[in-house]
Design a protein around this ligand. Structure first.
Ligand code: ADP
Length: 248
């Protein structure tokens, strides 16, 4: 049977929305349960922290599901707010810590205070995708270094691993949903070659840049650069000048 490209795209979209629809209720259930358990006072700090992580992770997942249901990946509902990115980074990594612990990997974070205008959920996905790849493609017991710093007009996130690296023939393909780039992780983790496509799209939506350096068998460094802008879309330097003009 002949199925046109457009028809198969439409079917894919319907399937995606059906899956999103069916996931919504259970994820909402997890979030409500975690939130209602959090209202009790009797927990040890560690249990409370885990419940908060579950509540936040399910809330982020619900936003993602709603995005898929409303098909807003490509539409205008791209809202930004001023976000403490250092805090967001620590929170993302805390969520991935169990995965790293299972492989006895150490994640070292070095970060300064970064406060920029971004879409919180989307940048959470960017950090999550890159750090979980570092975990997935590194051997047990290795170290991963995450660095976040303010540059003059940008913010730079760097994730360095000592893993399997990316062979030269895959280097041009990993951001473009090429099935040939999918490799299993060092502990047999699955790969669908989607994470970096989504990551690249989100970074571009933020007018940022993403790139990497990698040596096969030695490891990779992924870089994400985002404009350091205020809520009004001005760079911090421009905002300072406007302030000076207004006060002086
Ligand atoms: P997934 O959606 O499965 O996480 P990605 O799009 O994130 O897949 O990554 C695509 C492919 O790029 C991976 O299967 C792997 O071959 C390569 N890759 C991505 N990150 C790394 C890394 N840190 N080290 C080695 N290979 C990587």
């Amino acid at each position: 049977m002949f199925v046109s490209l457009e028809q198969s795209h439409q079917e894919n979209t319907i399937m995606t929305r059906m899956v999103a629809h069916d996931l919504k209720n259970p994820v909402w259930g997890i979030q409500s349960l975690a939130r209602s358990l959090l209202k009790r006072k009797e927990y040890a700090e560690e249990v409370k922290q885990s419940l908060e992580l579950i509540a936040n992770a399910s809330s982020n997942s619900l936003t993602l599901i709603n995005d898929l249901l409303n098909d807003s990946e490509t539409s205008k509902s791209f809202s930004k707010e001023m976000v403490d990115m250092q805090k967001l980074l620590h929170y993302c990594i805390l969520l991935l810590q169990t995965k790293a612990d299972e492989k006895k990997q150490h994640i070292a974070i070095e970060s300064e205070y970064v406060f920029i205008s971004i879409n919180r959920q989307k940048i959470w996905r960017v950090i999550s995708n890159i750090v979980s790849n570092a975990i997935k493609f590194s051997p047990g017991g290795s170290s991963i270094n995450v660095h976040l710093e303010n540059k003059e007009n940008t913010v730079l996130l760097t994730v360095k691993d000592n893993g399997i690296g990316i062979p030269p023939e895959l280097k041009d393909k990993i951001f473009f949903n090429d099935p040939g780039v999918s490799r299993a992780g060092t502990a047999g983790e699955e790969s669908h070659a989607l994470g970096l496509v989504i990551t690249r799209m989100i970074v571009q939506e933020h007018n940022g840049k993403i790139w990497f350096e990698s040596e096969e068998g030695k490891g990779s460094i992924f870089y994400v650069e985002l404009p350091r802008v205020t809520e009004e879309g001005e760079t911090f330097a421009d905002a300072e000048q406007t302030e000076m003009r207004n006060t002086g």
